[in-house]
Unconditional design. Structure first.
Length: 182
């Protein structure tokens, strides 16, 4: 479990240092056998300790409360068999853009190459299904006004998609500001 913890800690520090999560925002998980390991409710991703990880699965009784997004992570893993890890973050520019449209279309080369179109799904009672369906076809999705969910082969890859999304969203934001001033 120590190498799993180290991965969570390193990715969590990077998310926090890049401003992709607030002090107690976001969550992460990795698929583990028939279950998953997820950060606990209210954990600080930039300062994770062993006690902040919760193993969830058949026959396991969690010792601490898992993230309140547990059901979303479970739905994503059930829908996207290639997902081995999930990162949920709060990238500011992407969240702002999610409130203005149904998708985010990166204009920068890296965003176009890695992400293509990024769907925006609405919040609501059918969120888990909408998110899982979108992540079956896309690497990352934004929940309108809330944040991004990225799936990857590892936490590192999910962090990469999250970082690329926020950089692309910031470029779009700057492009719109330039267009308004010319």
């Amino acid at each position: 479990m120590s190498s799993v913890l180290e991965g969570f800690q390193q990715v969590g520090r990077d998310l926090y240092a890049a401003g992709l999560v607030s002090s107690h925002g976001g969550n992460m998980s990795v698929r583990q056998g028939g279950g998953l390991i997820i950060t606990s409710h209210g954990s600080r991703l930039g300062h994770l300790a062993q006690g902040d990880l919760v193993e969830v699965g058949p026959g396991l009784e969690p010792s601490i409360e898992p993230s309140m997004d547990l059901a979303l992570h479970q739905a994503i893993y059930a829908a996207a068999s290639e997902a081995a890890a999930i990162v949920h973050a709060h990238p500011r520019h992407a969240i702002a853009l999610s409130l203005a449209g149904e998708e985010i279309r990166p204009q920068d080369l890296e965003g176009e190459h890695y992400l293509g179109v990024v769907p925006v799904v609405p919040r609501g009672e059918k969120l888990a299904q909408a998110l899982a369906d979108a992540l079956r076809r896309h690497r990352i999705v934004v929940v309108a006004g809330h944040g991004s969910y990225a799936r990857g082969e590892s936490l590192w890859q999910a962090l990469q998609w999250t970082s690329v999304l926020e950089e692309s969203a910031e470029v779009l934001w700057l492009l719109r500001a330039l267009s308004e001033n010319t």
